[in-house]
Design a binder for this molecule. Structure first.
Ligand code: GLN
Length: 257
């Protein structure tokens, strides 16, 4: 009886492996879309996660992805695209991963899988020094116009809270900040680290002390490619426990003291 059951399990397993090789195009092609390459989509206007140093895209995401690729014996290729095209591109199989300071949200989980998170973010509110806006409640309750980066969580959550009419959408944080400086918007809502970089580069702006939301960043992977998802998660866990992730984050966001 016991043997028979074991035999049935074995037959089922063989059938299953055969089935998945035959039915899943991705498996036949290997781990990634192009053999030996890990194609990463990002939006390189998001320091310190991804930005240009000369012609090269550097930053926390670029370095974490480069290390993941190297541990998987893959060559990393970074493509700089519009932030709000990343999920669709991962979903359609144009890119292997989306890695762009990207927050895990329920809505995005309908379209892609996310790896385990490797960093956290907060949505911050940037205003001009001396602004009447002193916290998230004054911002929401007044009739202020808010600048956001199109398709980001800052955009999605603010749209929910204050409605489309009071949102101005920009291609990147720098353009939203330009609009704040010109008086076209009253505040900008954006992730805290890019917010710090933007405020540093622009005199007369401050970040309000009350954060808006707390979020987790992870890489987006095609829902059919669980093999790659598992491999990346395995390597990320290694990089977490051997201190590689902390070292990369510390390099770009030095802790005080
Ligand atoms: N964390 C935000 C999001 O996922 C912003 C990311 C970005 O602008 N690169 O929507």
């Amino acid at each position: 009886m016991k043997n028979k059951l074991l035999k049935m399990v074995a037959v089922a397993m063989v059938a299953c492996v055969g089935f998945s090789i035959a039915s899943c195009g991705k498996k036949e092609k290997g781990l990634t879309i192009n053999e030996g390459k890990l194609i990463m989509a990002t939006n390189a206007a998001f320091a310190p996660y991804e930005y240009y140093d000369g012609d090269t895209i550097v930053g926390i995401d670029a370095e974490i992805a480069a290390e993941v690729a190297s541990r998987l014996n893959l060559e990393l290729e970074i493509q700089d695209v519009a932030f709000d095209s990343i999920i669709a591109g991962v979903q359609s199989g144009k890119y292997d991963i989306g890695c762009a300071g990207m927050t895990i949200t329920d809505e995005r989980l309908q379209s892609v899988n996310f790896t385990t998170p490797y960093a956290t973010g907060i949505q911050s509110i940037i205003v001009k020094e001396g602004s009447e806006i002193t916290d998230i409640d004054t911002l929401i309750d007044g009739d202020y116009i808010v600048g956001v980066q199109q398709g980001t969580t800052g955009d999605l959550y603010m749209s929910d809270d204050i409605g489309d009419d009071r949102i101005d959408r920009y291609n990147n944080g720098a353009d939203a900040i330009l609009a704040l400086n010109n008086g076209n918007v009253d505040a900008v809502v954006i992730d805290n680290q890019p917010a710090l970089a933007l405020v540093e580069a622009n005199e007369g702006l401050i970040i309000l002390e009350t954060p808006y939301t707390e979020e987790e960043y992870a890489m987006a992977v095609n829902k059919d490619n669980t093999e790659l998802l598992n491999e990346i998660n395995r390597v990320l866990a290694e990089m977490e426990s051997d201190g590689t992730i902390d070292a990369i984050i510390e390099k770009y966001i030095p802790s005080e003291g």
